[in-house]
Design a protein around this ligand. Structure first.
Ligand code: PLP
Length: 399
């Protein structure tokens, strides 16, 4: 296991600003003043420190959040976006031009898959998908024009683990970058410490944890983040997907409880996995040794944050899954909704929701059952009671 402690890295930051408040004040300005005309010119050229130019570039609230994000990731810098997909699309578009190639894991969040397959290809970027569990297949799929290898650390919705150290070697040998979406596993994995060049997040999920906004983050080297916001060529500066500072302020506060939440989400999912196993449900959880990537996960993870709050059961058919989810919602297990990382349990049938952009034949090739129910386990205090409700819902659906 890695000996990196992202929670302590955030804890040790002195986040006070000039007001000396315990929380930095919310920046409420779209533009900022300069004492001298020359300071403005120098700031435009990135030659000053401590000056803000314009809120689409930087503002004090986003900067404070990004310092915490960079501390958590062990990267030099970070930048925050208005959604997770904005982080992913900005990071990917920044690396490619027409004629370049992106090699992506076949299993990704459906929105990412649709962006890569349907949208980016309109601009002459080549995209191909391969099973990233098969490292030999990944090596073979690399082309002379490959600029990016893209994967999720724990993938959505199959919960397979990407071998980040090995994938980074393949990417770097080809002169490409490895970009990793770590949305399911903040703190558990530190992809840039494992060899990735860039880590992206949907902060909508665990990092914020309250399901009251969409937000995203891009973490990497200082040089890389500065290139993203370069006034002439920066993809973030020129497409403008910046996060609103009111939101960054609230997300920053929630980040300070992320380690405790991750631990509790993980403990609850682990408890359920063991109980599902006992009663013979077809379950999938990477925290038990029978998961194909258990050893790999153990070798890559930071200590003390558990194996994540995502767990799935396979009910065989989409109809069976629908019936059980409706009963679970009635019984108060949680909500039938997309998304994850919330304090309450959320469940959905992946094939019909967050992966519905992935054509059915590819869903089959990935190994995604049409009856797959993906749970994002909440912070339930009595997880045995939750298990009993799920079991009762399954039994009732079979009557
Ligand atoms: N990455 C993963 C793994 C996701 O599950 C999602 C959304 O479900 C996203 C990215 C997109 O994030 P957002 O909805 O914040 O744009």
């Amino acid at each position: 296991m890695l000996k990196f402690d992202p929670a302590t890295a955030i804890q040790r930051l002195d986040g006070r600003d000039a007001t000396r408040g315990v929380n930095p004040s919310i920046s409420d300005s779209a533009t900022f003043t300069f004492p001298k005309a020359q300071t403005m010119t120098d700031t435009f050229h990135g030659e000053t420190e401590g000056y803000y130019l314009y809120s689409r570039h930087w503002n004090p609230s986003n900067f404070a959040l990004c310092q915490a994000l960079a501390a958590m990731e062990g990267t030099e810098a970070a930048w925050c976006t208005g959604s997770g997909l904005a982080a992913i699309t900005t990071a990917l578009m920044h690396e490619v031009k027409a004629g370049d190639h992106i090699l992506s894991s076949m299993t990704t969040y459906g929105g990412t898959f649709a962006f890569l397959k349907n949208w980016l290809t309109k601009f002459g970027v080549e995209v191909s998908f391969v099973n990233f569990q098969d490292l030999e297949a990944v090596k073979k799929a690399v082309r002379p024009n490959t600029k990016v290898l893209y994967t999720e650390t724990m993938n959505n919705p199959l919960l397979r683990i990407a071998n980040v150290p090995e994938l980074s070697k393949i990417a770097h040998a080809a002169g490409a970058k490895l970009i990793v979406d770590n949305t399911f596993t903040p703190m558990i994995f530190s992809p840039c410490k494992l060899g990735a060049d860039v880590t992206v997040y949907s902060m909508t999920k665990y990092i914020n944890g309250t399901n009251d906004c969409v937000a995203g983050a891009i973490c990497g080297s200082m040089e890389y983040i500065n290139s993203l916001i370069d006034v002439n060529n920066g993809t973030a500066m020129l497409l403008g997907p910046v996060l609103d500072p009111h939101r960054s302020t609230s997300i920053l506060k929630n980040m300070h409880t992320l380690h405790i939440r991750m631990r509790q989400h993980g403990e609850n999912a682990m408890y359920l996995a063991k109980r599902f196993k006992e009663v013979g449900f077809k379950y999938n959880y990477p925290g038990l040794p029978e998961h194909p990537d258990y050893e790999l996960m153990c070798s890559m993870m930071n200590e003390g944050f558990g194996f994540g709050g995502m767990i799935s059961i396979d009910m065989g058919t989409a109809d069976a899954a629908s019936k059980i989810m409706e009963i679970m919602q009635e019984k108060g297990v949680g909500y039938l909704a997309v998304s994850l990382g919330y304090f309450k349990t959320i469940f959905s049938n992946s094939g019909k929701s967050t992966s519905s952009e992935v054509p059915e034949d590819i869903q089959k090739e990935m190994g995604m059952s049409e009856g797959l129910i993906r749970f994002s386990m909440g912070l339930d205090n009595d997880i045995e009671a939750t298990f009993q409700l799920i079991k009762a819902a399954v039994e009732e659906s079979r009557k």
